[in-house]
Design a protein around this ligand. Structure first.
Ligand code: ZN
Length: 448
């Protein structure tokens, strides 16, 4: 299974609009919170074997920051179904309007400030792995004002994500009270965070990020309010748009389906392209990548393209190679920020010459033999990226030599590939070991 896939939570998406259910799932002493600082989840001190797990908080740890001393969760989710025209939405107690004003007394500009500083709170789902089959998300229970966690998922452990980036005091307290805990860079932590933990962390990260980056309506510029427990953002009609409050234009997002109001998943094709005789594979490298690091070609699917067409276009634009047959292999959620990596294997046409001067995205692309790729796979973690290299690829640091890169710098014929947690590695292994169309076919012929 791909890293970040296999999320164990039952998302119960049909209950995201039930204020009663959400309030019950929030205040339950079973509820668990994944908290993020600048999109990095809080993880506990490493276990003796070096692995790291999410440090999950409880309602008691966070309630004063979410509803305040006197607040209640029912009030918090008022209008969460997005049907009522609730003007201001929830305002956590720690956001104190300046000058002792009540929220109703704020100017439009002040209200806008409050809106854009609301930390995202997202319902991720319930963990029902300990539930008997008969008690999992009861199928005939329609949500109503009496809905509770008990009535819908009696054994469920609710999971939430909450953004604590702006809560300095809380962050300090958490790190002080939990020796060795840290807000970890998930991408660099791919080598140490077990997949199940990472898949929950990835869901929360993508949703916190989406809520924080979509503050205003793309149709009319009004502030957006989080509804559906963080899974939709709704235009607030009472707020001023860029056109001013006096002559507010009607917002098109109030009619029909508008996908900009929902969390996005952007499809990306990533492909292992083999030579016409299937004995070599085409890999490329960008200039900013660590030394000798090569990977599968990849790119966003554009509007009006099929998966196969996007694979052929990207390979031609990046490496000048025309591709014939294309096969879907597998996919991987990629929360940086919100992609779905669609893994494919393609076969190059005869007589192709590599050239990288069309879109100049790659510094180099070349064919690697099966023996070369197998040697790197067998070398295992020695060829994986370090945390510093991840930062380098993300553009956070200037390109420079790293300890990992130096290890292979002098070895002729050696190169480095993405870690086993990346789908590029999965595709290369599937090609190199001839497992991509099923073991029976590959063992009989060794080829497609
Ligand atoms: Zn709007």
């Amino acid at each position: 299974m791909a890293y970040y896939a296999g999320n164990p939570l039952n998302r119960l998406s049909y209950l995201r609009s039930s204020a009663a259910f959400l309030a019950s799932a929030l205040e339950s002493n079973k509820s668990r919170f994944v908290v993020y600082d600048s999109l990095n989840p809080l993880v506990a001190a490493p276990l003796p074997d070096g692995t790291k797990k999410l440090l999950l908080l409880k309602w008691d740890d966070l309630k004063q920051y979410i509803v305040g001393a006197e607040g209640n969760a029912q009030e918090l989710f008022k209008g969460v179904d997005g049907k009522e025209e609730v003007e201001l939405g929830r305002v956590p107690s720690f956001i104190k309007p300046e000058g002792g004003k009540s929220i109703a007394e704020l100017t439009a500009a002040e209200r806008r400030h409050v809106f854009i500083n609301l930390p995202p709170l997202v319902f991720l789902g319930v963990d029902e792995r300990s539930a008997p089959a008969s008690a999992k998300s009861l199928p005939l229970s329609k949500p109503d004002e009496h809905s509770t966690l008990e009535s819908h998922s009696p054994y469920g452990v609710p999971y939430w994500s909450f953004d604590v980036t702006a809560l300095s005091e809380l962050k300090e307290k958490l790190l002080k009270e939990n020796q060795g805990a840290e807000f970890a860079d998930m991408r660099a932590g791919m080598q140490t965070i077990p997949n199940e933990e990472a898949s929950i962390g990835a869901e929360g990260r993508a949703l916190v990020d989406w809520n924080k980056r979509n503050l205003f309506c793309p149709a009319c510029s009004r502030p957006l309010r989080s509804v559906w427990a963080g899974w939709k953002r709704a235009c607030v009609p009472g707020e001023p748009s860029a056109e001013g409050l006096d002559a507010p234009p009607a917002c098109i997002s109030k009619k029909g389906v508008h996908n900009f109001n929902y969390p996005r998943t952007d499809p990306v094709v990533i492909m292992a392209i083999c030579s016409p005789d299937r004995e070599s594979i085409l890999l490329g490298r960008q200039k900013v990548w660590p030394k000798k690091f090569y990977s599968c070609l990849a790119g966003f699917i554009e509007s009006g393209e099929t998966i196969e067409e996007a694979v052929r276009r990207e390979v031609y634009e990046e490496a000048g190679v025309e591709v014939g047959d294309v096969f879907y292999h597998s996919s991987q959620p990629w929360p940086y920020p919100s992609s779905l990596m669609i893994g494919a294997i393609g076969v190059a046409k005869e007589g192709q010459t590599i050239r990288c001067d069309l879109d100049n995205e790659l510094e180099d692309a070349r064919w690697f033999t099966r023996a070369e790729v197998l040697a790197v796979i067998e070398a295992g973690p020695a060829k994986q990226m370090s945390r510093e290299e991840v930062a380098q690829i993300d553009g956070k640091e200037d390109a420079k030599s790293t300890p990992g890169g130096e290890n292979t710098g002098g070895e002729e014929g050696w190169f480095r590939m993405p870690p086993a947690t990346a789908i590029a590695n999965t595709l290369c292994v599937a090609w190199a070991k001839n497992t991509y169309l099923g073991a029976a076919q590959s063992s009989s012929s060794g080829k497609l």
